[in-house]
Ligand binder design. Structure first.
Ligand code: GLC
Length: 754
């Protein structure tokens, strides 16, 4: 009796966690409880199946501590939609997530409102499927075209990356659930991703690789940040006080929690001290390390208490803590419409000779390319969504009323079915996804025989890639010989008959285009447009939607035109040699030299005036736009406002993404010819309609990083503002002078690294 009474007294004496008594709860927690809260729940012992804290297929959970009313919280992937198991034991229903367009696609929309609207729908699925934080956005810079996870990421440019990431975070978090900005930081290859050391100078680190994170974190306040697997200048990012405390918190004011990526390393204690609050997915060894370290004095308990306090501040925000009664039934039909609309706004029209698009009067289409059937909605790995279906291009074109040449459609379907069976039997698989069926050849005779049966030919080129591996130059970045032959034979046959050919690229990352873009009459870059992809492609090909996407990265003439290609694991010059784990000196395996520094993407090509196949920011429309003479002025503090009026001078309604590039005054630090500092997209303008877009730029946003002085510096002098359709369009500009220079201090994190 006494024991029960004592226990009751003890229980009743427990402070139940609220948003207002965090210090009190912290003070009542045992060392074991503190350590457990800072380590993910070992997934081998998840919350009881069927409990409200267990979502099968979620990537991880945090630990519950019932005596304080602390629930386990649920953390699923991923950037293109919630990733959970689509079926559950004991349940006869399904739990599909909507497969939205991938990160690179939505960045191609250059439309922050569209992205926020799309992720508001995605965040609703996080809430209604009983989760608390989605492990996205993924925002690493496209340093090199061959990074296997570029499809998840946005751009070669940090401003586009940061603004799109901020919009993504706002949309998700508008549902009262959290995000996890990843992979922080300088995680730009998949080869040896757990151990590779990214060696980068301080200027490139701050101007290129951290700037996107800085913008998104300052503008949108993500609940969490995920540190990356890799090292940065010799130290694991998850164990770097410089990165996780000095820069992320002391400089940028981040006040959420930092979790590791999904893999435990030896340095648990160093990570906790550095400000990595949560070790995911978590195991008992890590709990014990923290307990032992506090007991031995290696880890000051104040450091652990700091992390636990941040964990408690995170937990009180979560739907699980608030006892949200989730439905397990988000409106997937409504979200499918959102996904389709976002996909159409993300597609980029690269070529449209003689206005072959939008298709008019076309009835019968010869649809070439096995990717028309094996259509890629999104990349592989944790960024892959367990979706109910994918609308491929056969279905999309037929849904739009086209008649497809039957024999070709049947051949492609049967070939893909056989190859996938063959791969499955062969055990060929990539991390969390299906290998791509390679293109097959068709005889010239057969191709020629289809010409009389069809009004037009469409050739689909597909690519897939994902987590855990980088892409290759041959037969990946470059076309396969079979693809090249197919394009040649189809265009020869159809052009001989005076008929047109449209190429559609269903890819997740840049491929070579210069050698073949002259063949097709029109080229549509569909990206990996999500589960509604085939219908979205048809919406654009038919003109139901006027394409308004623009490239978020450069399409170079050749792979080696990128300076980073000389220091990339699967590049031609320096094929990555697999060192043993724990090896030290294997280039692009144990370490990767970011020798190109800030010269990434268009910064290199414009400054060197080097030809590209398609420039950063490039994209056509079915209409035309004219820009007025811009107005640019600076107030006495150097804050700049700029405006330009855009007029639709064509015959159909359309949207225009206007890019604002700035050329800094000559002299002083070496700087890129011009850099993107802002962008905006018009509403849908009717023919003849105009809209004035206004931009605000602060002197800090114009600053470059001076390694010697270890500070940001904005030079005084004359700046040229370009209002552009793409990075090489310099037709509309204005100058503005900054009378006084500015400088902005930072901590000594990674100081003076050249
Ligand atoms: C993976 C990925 C990360 C993902 C996590 C959970 O290794 O790097 O992006 O969120 O593990 O699946």
């Amino acid at each position: 009796m006494l024991g029960a009474a004592l226990c009751a007294v003890q229980l009743s004496a427990q402070p139940k966690l609220t948003a207002d008594n965090i210090e009190e709860v912290l003070g009542a927690m045992t060392l074991e409880e503190k350590a457990e809260l800072c380590v993910g729940l070992i997934h081998y012992a998840p919350p009881a199946a069927g409990s409200r804290n267990y979502v099968p297929g979620a990537a991880g959970n945090t630990k519950a501590i019932p005596r304080f009313g602390i629930p386990s919280t649920v953390l699923p992937d991923g950037p293109a939609g919630i990733r959970i198991d689509p079926t559950r034991e004991g349940s006869d229903r399904t739990y599909y997530g909507t497969g939205f367009p991938v990160g690179t696609a939505i960045a191609s929309s250059w439309d922050v409102d569209l992205v926020e609207n799309m992720t508001a729908a995605m965040g609703n699925e996080v809430l209604e499927y009983g989760a608390d934080v989605i492990l996205s956005p993924a925002m690493n810079i496209h340093r090199n075209p061959l990074c296997g996870r570029n499809f998840e990421y946005y751009s070669e440019d940090p401003v586009l990356t940061g603004k799109i990431g901020a919009a993504y975070i706002r949309g998700i978090q508008s549902n009262g659930v959290g995000t996890s900005v990843k992979h922080f930081a300088v995680n730009n290859q998949e080869t040896n991703r757990h151990e590779n050391d990214s060696r980068v100078d301080t200027r490139a680190l701050r101007e290129i690789y951290l700037k996107g994170f800085e913008i998104a974190i300052k503008e949108a306040g993500p609940w969490t940040v995920m540190s990356s697997y890799n090292k940065l200048n010799g130290e694991y990012t998850q164990q770097s006080y410089d990165l996780l405390t000095r820069i992320l918190r002391d400089e940028w004011g981040f006040d959420g929690i930092v979790m590791t990526d999904w893999g435990s390393k030896e340095g648990t204690v160093k990570a906790a001290a550095a400000g990595n609050d949560l070790m995911m997915p978590g195991n008992e060894t890590e709990v014990q390390r923290l307990i032992d370290a506090v007991k031995s004095g290696e880890l000051p308990e104040a450091d652990l208490d700091r992390n636990v306090k941040r964990m408690l501040e995170y937990i009180v925000k979560t739907p699980h803590f608030k006892g949200y009664k989730y439905s397990d039934a988000p409106d997937l039909k409504a979200h499918a419409k959102v996904a389709r609309a976002a996909a159409t706004e993300s597609m980029v029209l690269l070529k449209n000779e003689d206005g072959v698009l939008p298709l008019k009067g076309t009835e019968k289409v010869a649809l070439f390319g096995i990717s028309s059937v094996d259509f890629v909605a999104g990349g592989t790995g944790s960024g892959n969504v367990n979706k109910a279906y994918v609308v491929n291009m056969v279905q999309g074109l037929e849904n739009a009323g086209f008649t497809l040449v039957e024999s070709l459609k049947d051949f492609n379907q049967k070939y893909v079915d056989f190859q996938k069976l063959n791969m499955r039997i062969g055990g060929e698989s990539i991390l969390l996804g299906e290998s791509k069926v390679p293109e097959t050849g068709l005889s010239k005779t057969y191709i020629n025989s289809l010409v009389p049966e069809s009004d037009l030919a469409i050739v689909v080129i597909g690519r897939n890639a994902g987590e855990g591996g980088d892409r290759r130059v041959d037969n990946d970045f470059n076309l396969t010989e079979t693809e090249r032959q197919l394009l040649n034979d189809v265009t020869t046959a159809y052009h001989l008959a005076g008929k047109k050919v449209v190429a559609v690229m269903n890819i997740g990352g840049v491929i070579e285009t210069a050698s073949w873009k002259n063949l097709a009459d029109a080229i549509l870059l569909a990206w990996q447009p999500g589960q509604e992809g085939g219908d979205a492609v048809a919406d654009v090909l038919t003109g139901k939607v006027n394409p308004s996407g623009k490239l978020p990265m450069t399409f170079p003439v050749a792979y080696m035109d990128h300076p980073s290609s000389y220091n990339f694991p699967t590049g031609l010059e320096t094929p990555g040699r697999r060192g043993r784990n724990g090896s030290e000196g294997v280039k692009n395996w144990d370490y990767t030299d970011y020798a190109e520094s800030i010269w990434v993407g268009y910064r290199w090509f414009t400054t060197q005036d080097k030809a590209v196949s398609y420039p950063f920011g490039y994209g056509l429309s079915y209409t035309t736009f004219e820009y007025s003479k811009p107005v640019v002025k600076a107030d006495r503090d150097g804050n700049i406002t700029a405006s330009v009026t855009v007029t639709n001078t064509g015959k159909v309604a359309g949207k225009e993404a206007v890019q604002l590039y700035v050329a800094a005054p000559a002299g002083g630090m070496e700087k890129p010819a011009r850099e993107l500092k802002a962008f905006d997209k018009t509403k849908l303008l009717a023919p003849g309609e105009s809209e004035t877009l206004t931009f605000s730029i602060t002197p800090y946003e114009l600053a470059s990083f001076n390694i010697d002085a270890n500070e940001w510096e904005t030079a005084a002098g004359s700046y040229t503002f370009y209002f552009s359709k793409n990075v090489n369009d310099l037709s509309t500009s204005a100058k503005v002078s900054l009378k006084k220079a500015g400088s902005y201090e930072v901590t000594d994190a990674y100081a003076h690294i050249k």
